[in-house]
Design a protein around this ligand. Sequence first.
Ligand code: SF4
Length: 275
Amino acid sequence: MDSIFILKKTTVQFVSTRISGINFCVAMIFDSSLEIKGFIPNTMIDWEGMIASTIFLPGCNFRCPFCHNRELVLLPDTLPTVPPDMLEDFFIERKGWIDGVCVTGGEPCFQPGIEKLLEWIKDLGLKVKLDTNGSFPDVLRSLIDQGLLDFIAMDLKAPFDAARYRIASGNRDSDLVERIQRSIDILRSSGLPHEFRTTVVPMIHSPEDIESIAKSIEGDEDYVLQRFSPKTTIDPRYSKLEPYREEDLKRALERAKKYVKRVRIRGAPMPVNSP
Ligand code: SF4
């Protein structure tokens, strides 16, 4: 919920501080079906080591019960659309100040207009980081082959078992695990910087599960364990769930380190005695 709130706030702030510059008819560049539903002008946490902006695309083929981008996934029409020409003005004005753009969602590869959006970002001279759930390997392959990506962060929702993945993702596609595996192979053979990551959620993951996921990317460079923070989740039961304690996460991290070189915990811990 917080992230959506920030989106609304920053979008309004961005619009009100817009400096009129060169005005291209960029609406024509995008696929007409693609709408940007959130924009963070400056972030140093969404892409490590980079000063970036973040673009949020609506819709997702997953229904992870713990997802806190509920509105973006389920109710995108209730969110304001960020006009593309305003984004273009912003990026031209800030040229040299911003290294790249994080494209996130929702699931960006779910959007038919993703390719044109990324081409537009690259034409502006900016790098692109893609956040993905990994369920569209063909799209991923095509974007990589076209040189449209500079960094990829891919979620691993559960150990590679069809039933477990179905519970964690809310997606019932019979070939889902096979597609996730294909995306992993594509990333690992791409030569592009990337990270795999899992939001560690009680009721979904045990420390053994984290070890099993890490084993499936054995030899990889980077695996991030993200702290689950209960907010307004897709399944309301998860909004009341207490996250794992620090020592539990560290125990999971130690198990994962047997297989992946660098394992990190990301996200602020919940304050003690927080409601
Ligand atoms: S957490 Fe799951 S439902 Fe939410 S945007 Fe990511 S993949 Fe989609």
